[in-house]
Design a protein around this ligand. Sequence first.
Ligand SMILES: Cc1cc2nc3c(=O)[nH]c(=O)nc-3n(C[C@H](O)[C@H](O)[C@H](O)COP(=O)(O)OP(=O)(O)OC[C@H]3O[C@@H](n4cnc5c(N)ncnc54)[C@H](O)[C@@H]3O)c2cc1C
Length: 245
Amino acid sequence: MRTTGRSEVVVVGGGVAGLSAAVFTARHGLDTLVLDSDESILRRNAHLENFPGFPAGVNARQLLDLLEEQAAEAGCEQVTATVATVAEAEDEFAVETDAGDRYRTEYVVAATKNAVGYLEDVDGVGVIDRGKAYVDTDERGRTGVDGLYAAGRLAEKPHQAAVCAGHGAEVGVTILEDDDRPFYHDWTAPEGYFTDRGREVPPGCEEIDEAERADREARSLDAMAERFAEPHPDEQVTHPSLGEE
Ligand SMILES: Cc1cc2nc3c(=O)[nH]c(=O)nc-3n(C[C@H](O)[C@H](O)[C@H](O)COP(=O)(O)OP(=O)(O)OC[C@H]3O[C@@H](n4cnc5c(N)ncnc54)[C@H](O)[C@@H]3O)c2cc1C
């Protein structure tokens, strides 16, 4: 079997949880690949009104696009694919798609809502069956298998996009901690915030001056004006059982 690629982190599932995990690992410099079958349940939402930061709500398809864009900006690779199996292989994992592509990785984040079939060959994953399947984790998203994490709804988090996104981010940070990265907070601070107090800029933080801040703000204004200039083109998705006859 050919190996298509090697990453430090493979995230299975690119919904809000998986993409949020990927943003954090990629921003810290871990080679991160998201394999996603493009069926986030959030695509079924009619108008997302409880996600922090959007007082009038936001089109959920738009939010997913923005998250994908943010992950790409952080350096994360994203491939549309369905993962068929995850297997342990010599201190690593081999992740195989149903198209036969195979990726080696040190860390796997499972963020597939209630899909667990691809994990059945990994000894030590606790699957909880409550009508729907969930993966048993500790409070930071670690499963019973070193290097394998679960995030979002799959890790039994409450069924809200903000909660699942937050948990994905927490799992990303947990991987950085478990990898012994000198990780601090992933903060952007004003120039002098640390250094004018005689402190080093902590790992994972940066200080930016006013010109750089204004540049970044201008870029964000342009990006948001473009993304929100028109209604999102994707149609709302409904429950599969209500699809066309
Ligand atoms: C009709 C409806 C309306 C909703 N409205 C709201 C709302 O208003 N506010 C709110 O907070 N929440 C809402 N939700 C809930 C919200 O959508 C979920 O809580 C959230 O999307 C869960 O995030 P997740 O990342 O865990 O899962 P998902 O967003 O579902 O992402 C899972 C991803 O895994 C992928 N995947 C699955 N199996 C594989 C595989 N084998 N290989 C590769 N990829 C795979 C899927 O394609 C999907 O992209 C709504 C849900 C529904 C159904």
